[in-house]
Ligand binder design. Structure first.
Ligand code: LIP
Length: 269
């Protein structure tokens, strides 16, 4: 696996170079005016799909820009550009996210931010790293916690209002809130101890498959609202520095937003 992780890191960096050099051109909308793909999302996905399937013969591929995959025991889950809107608007805060999932659990994760040259990686049981240096979550308690979140721009009608209610409660109970517009990077900020809690009411496996392993290998805890993260369908995502803060976050979400919300399968668009 040593050679494979280094190859995947190299591919993530080459994909990051594409992100930095290709001008953003919207290629298609995906159900709302906020949710779209660019030609670069699609070109990076084509590049990574070809290279990753060649790296592990017999593996299969799931990417944000195309859902033709078979549930083989080794599955690459890729977000070619996590933070597409940030990329399209020139906000220099987007990442490439690559996960390898074996029998439904992430065993390898790489998240690369080409603007900051930050490369996070983890392999199951071997720790989490930023540019090769070991990282770990903070020990900050709830009242001093810095929280990162989002308000479900792709599902505004159903999830924006409860998301803002939860945020108002966290803003009162914790220290402050940040929003970076890329779930994978925000979860990696939990892993490096810069952010203490992250949540979003509804994400897709390509947003969190790699970053959730990086958080857990850095000593943090991840879950959905009602149980483990689903690597084959969408779910809410919580990533925290401690189990105590995860329990607090779950309590707030249930009190302010009710039970888990299911807005249909990720395969609808
Ligand atoms: C985005 C996430 C972001 C979330 C957006 C979207 P994309 O991923 O990183 O946190 O709020 O709704 O899911 O679409 O840019 O790959």
């Amino acid at each position: 696996m040593e050679d494979i992780i280094n190859s995947v890191i190299g591919l993530a960096k080459r994909a990051g170079d594409m992100m930095r050099t290709e001008a953003p051109v919207i290629s298609r909308f995906k159900g709302s005016k906020e949710n779209y793909a660019t030609e670069t999302d699609e070109s990076i996905q084509r590049f990574l799909k070809k290279e990753l399937l060649a790296l592990l013969p017999g593996s299969s591929f799931m990417g944000e820009e195309g859902h033709d995959y078979s549930k083989s025991d080794l599955l690459w889950i890729v977000d070619p550009i996590d933070g597409t809107v940030n990329y399209a608007r020139g906000l220099s805060m987007s990442v490439v996210s690559i996960a390898l999932v074996k029998d439904g659990s992430a065993v390898m994760g790489v998240v690369h931010n080409p603007y900051l040259d930050h490369t996070f990686h983890a392999e199951k049981g071997r720790g989490a790293f930023l540019n090769g240096e070991r990282i770990q979550v903070s020990d900050v308690k709830r009242e001093n916690a810095l929280v990162s979140t989002a308000w479900c721009a792709y599902e505004k009608d159903e999830l924006a209002h409860p998301s803002f209610r939860i945020s108002e409660r966290l803003h009162r109970d914790c220290s402050d809130i940040r929003r970076f517009g890329t779930a994978a990077y925000e979860m990696c900020l939990v892993a490096k101890g810069s952010i203490d809690m992250y949540f979003e009411m509804l994400l897709r496996p390509w947003d969190y498959a790699a970053a959730s392993l990086i958080v857990e290998e850095a000593g943090g805890v991840c879950s959905s609202i009602d149980g483990p993260l689903d690597m084959f369908d969408q779910c809410g995502v919580l990533a925290c520095n401690t189990a105590e803060n995860l329990d607090y976050l779950k309590k707030v979400i249930k009190e302010e937003a009710g039970a888990k919300r299911d807005t249909g399968s990720i395969w609808r668009d």
